[in-house]
Design a protein around this ligand. Sequence first.
Ligand code: FAD
Length: 413
Amino acid sequence: MSRTAIVLGAGMVGTCAALHLAFRGWSVTLVDRREPGRETSYGNAGIIQREAVEPYAFARDTATLLRVAFKRGADVHYHLRALPRLALHLAGYWRNSGPSRYPALARAYGSLIAHSVAEHAPLIDQAQARDLVSEQGYRFVFRNEASLARAAANAERLHASHGLRHAVLDGDALAAAEPALRLRMAGAIHWLDAWSVSDPGELVERYAALFAARGGRLARGDAASLQAQGSGWRVATDQGMLQAEHVVVALGPWSDALLRPLGYRLPLFVKRGYHRHYRGAQGPRLPLYDVDRGLVLAPMKRGVRVTTGAEFAHLDAPATPVQMRKAQALARELLDLPEPVEHEPWLGARPCTADMNPVIGPAPRHRGLWFNFGHAHQGFTLGPASGRLLAELMSGQQPLVDPMPYSALRFGA
Ligand SMILES: Cc1cc2nc3c(=O)[nH]c(=O)nc-3n(C[C@H](O)[C@H](O)[C@H](O)COP(=O)(O)OP(=O)(O)OC[C@H]3O[C@@H](n4cnc5c(N)ncnc54)[C@H](O)[C@@H]3O)c2cc1C
């Protein structure tokens, strides 16, 4: 008889975990309160960031810290009233970004992201989603010669350590490659191993359709109805009360809300982000990350999607689209962007952990409960590799990478 699992959360992460369990013969139901891929996995910049082998560290240089503290840039914003509750996690994030801890954490992160494109590729093929995907990479663009030179040296270091392919473009080469740019830039780093997606939410939908085609079931339900029952678990859904031996928590930024009542206190927090689309003029050929200002401009089905950096705030606090306003002005320096498509910017939240690595593996104190969340800035990239790793652990198979760095035990949970 096949083993049974309920996966809670049909974002990129949960959908891929459900798919990988189905591939391994499990009987799986994927439960969400919405359609698959409608939350964080919908609103991101759509880049499969193979080059992101080192996670976003807490800035430690005084100039950046002052700029952030005084809310001068577009890259980081914060709600003052959120800071007391965030303080402990941010202190951990700060410590983990320091020279004594960061290198090992980055090695762990890099070992999983190394599989990102290779794990997306077969799913994209099986889901018949090639029409959504560009394999042409994306560009870090620079307004400033000094930051381009620093980034070029860093790219060279990552090439030597991780084999990441890139090309450095000077201002002329960038202007030729991206004719829509109206500002003369210092140049760009073109990351050649990354892929990009013109509708991230639709890619998740196609993966969910593939899951259904492989015998998986989709149901609507509230994860908060989860209860232990005998040696398994049950959840109320539109298809009635579902029961399974195993349950996977893949609720992205909402994972913490489910785990607290079960007694888990993990250092989870969110970095919120906004986007808006602009239609009507020529967009970039490839996604552009304006590194000196902290925004991304990605060509998407709905128009050019401008995404913002990190906002430290409570998950449910009202939107404060200050960064979106700044990002719109900065984006208009780069491209001719007519009026936005949406009245209000989209708001989402990157599910983060204090040590920048996701949580993947068994819950320490509940049999049959599994974790798969906390993929922060790169959950869209990491979903398939992370889902495979979790399914291997649940199936007792040789794991793709060493799972220890992702265990909840590292937080003394
Ligand atoms: C502005 C921005 C840009 C980004 N750009 C990129 C990028 O270019 N590349 C990249 O790799 N990553 C990017 N990210 C990060 C990426 O989007 C996230 O890491 C990823 O989407 C997280 O996926 P997830 O499946 O864990 O969460 P989600 O996609 O949020 O999925 C969680 C699911 O849980 C469901 N859910 C929640 N609560 C309940 C409940 N009580 N009952 C039932 N269901 C529930 C939700 O409906 C949702 O479908 C970006 C993020 C932002 C905000």
